[in-house]
Design a protein around this ligand. Structure first.
Ligand code: GAL
Length: 454
């Protein structure tokens, strides 16, 4: 993508999400004006598909192939809950559940890219709002716009403008948002905390003090499952947020914050120190296996997005009783957000069915079936709060009142190329813990992404 567009979307993202935070528009009962829907008002790109042009390659089958990486407890259950609603409405459509396991799409994205490049798209696929959607797929001319769905279903009135903005490009909306996830959550085992006389740490200092107590008691303080390196990137983004604050963190992705600053050094030092308190087998575990360590009392805490709430829900656990939750150290008042969206790729073989699927996915009924199980909140202003557990209700309140920052690990903050470079840097860092080399590499990655000057 061009540098100009990167800046534009990043600024929009920050502005829009700040507006959401300040204006309390998520959730809200205030209806945004229809014409506000797509704020990036530019002429449609040449060769852009219209509804009519994108004719499906009919294979005669009455199917819906949906592609995702949702295979773990909670995320798979959420998807199934949405499928159930769909099946009830369309019993004749056969659902083809195309999944490639691996949290955060660590394996799925490569498979999807191959399929898309070879002209074999699924009917719809899961994609993160923000840079991942726009840079990877929309700018590459692989998507159909779905503005018509927003118009036909009255969604312009129920989705927060900040969310619509990060799905918009060239005056169109390009995907249907099904949820809002929070990435900066620390989950803990209340019984283990109580047995050690601890309460949830709110600062890094308190975190390390608690970690020392736990280590001395023979409990792994922090469970990490980074067999997909994204989980370390995820932990790192929360540490960067805690060390730099919301503005400083946002500036990392716009070139306003210096990657060579002492604050970034401090964040890297903090992350390196955290590794002294994680399970030795972290590189062999997945995020949900790390969450399970907390459930079992083998570890006291894990830092993970709130799909962990969906995982705990799938085990029949109750928030506040069986597991505790708190913002990650130093990030109270900030909501690191990401959003899963469902797309309409060009050439979807069963386009009509994809449209039925997307219509359900964007509806209140679909979202309220999906999100309470998935461990996410609905972006819709009219979702039924009573269906959501205590953690998710707290997430709704935080999303409506906190500063909003975009997640790096989950596609909102930076282009996929930059995320991949960052993941590669983290692969080395978790092994060598070389702060100076890591900081230099991170600064270079910003230059390579075209955001920081030489
Ligand atoms: C995120 C995704 C979530 C959840 C998580 C773990 O990237 O947005 O919905 O699935 O990965 O797989």
């Amino acid at each position: 993508m061009s540098r100009k567009y990167f800046w534009l979307t990043t600024i929009l993202l920050v502005l829009a999400l700040t507006l959401v935070a300040c204006g309390g528009t998520a959730p809200t009962t205030e209806a945004p004006a229809e014409e506000e829907a797509a704020t990036v008002e530019e002429a449609p790109a040449e060769g852009e598909a219209t509804e009519e042009e994108a004719a499906p390659a009919a294979d005669g089958a009455n199917q819906l192939e949906f592609f995702s990486w949702w295979t773990a407890g909670g995320e798979a259950d959420g998807l199934n809950a949405m499928y159930e609603v769909f099946k009830k409405e369309y019993p004749d459509i056969e659902i083809v559940n195309a999944t490639v396991s691996g949290g955060a799409g660590s394996n799925a994205k490569a498979v999807l890219a191959t399929r898309m490049q070879s002209g074999d798209p699924p009917d719809s696929f899961q994609v993160h709002a923000g840079h991942e959607l726009i840079d990877t797929w929309v700018v590459a001319d692989k998507m159909e716009p779905v503005t018509f769905l927003f118009e036909e279903n009255g969604w312009l009135d129920v989705y927060p403008q900040g969310v619509i903005d990060i799905l918009s490009y060239n005056g169109e909306i390009w995907s249907v948002p099904v949820n809002i996830h929070r990435s900066n959550v620390m989950w803990y085992n209340p019984a283990v905390f109580e047995a050690n006389g601890l309460t949830a740490p709110t600062t890094f200092e308190e975190f390390f003090a608690a970690a020392d107590t736990l280590k001395a008691a023979g409990v792994t303080p922090l469970a990490l499952g980074d067999n997909g390196i994204w989980a370390s990137t995820h932990l790192m983004e929360t540490v960067l947020l805690g060390a730099l604050g919301a503005d400083g963190y946002r500036g990392l992705w716009t070139g306003e914050t210096d990657w060579n600053s002492p604050e970034v050094t401090n964040a890297l030092d903090t992350f390196a120190k955290m590794l002294d308190y994680v399970n030795e087998d972290h590189a062999a575990l997945s995020w949900d296996q790390a969450a399970q360590m907390v459930v079992d009392g083998d570890a006291a805490m894990t830092i993970m997005g709130d799909w962990a709430d969906g995982y705990f829900f799938s085990l029949g656990l109750t928030p506040g009783e069986d597991y505790g939750f708190a913002p990650t150290p130093n990030t109270d008042g900030t909501f690191m957000m990401l959003s899963d969206t469902f797309s309409l790729p060009k050439g979807a073989p069963h386009r009509d069915n994809a449209i039925k699927w997307l219509t359900l996915a964007g509806s209140r009924e679909g979202q309220d079936a999906f999100n309470p199980v998935k461990g996410s909140i609905s972006p819709r202003s009219d979702s039924d709060r009573s269906l959501y557990n205590a953690y998710l209700q707290s997430a709704m309140d935080a999303f409506a009142s906190n500063e909003i920052t975009p997640s790096l690990a989950h596609g909102a903050a930076a282009s996929e190329g930059w995320v991949t470079a960052f993941n590669d840097i983290m692969t080395l860092f978790v092994t060598n813990r070389d702060v100076a080399a890591t900081q230099a590499a991170m600064a270079q990655a910003c230059v390579d992404a075209g955001i920081c000057g030489q």
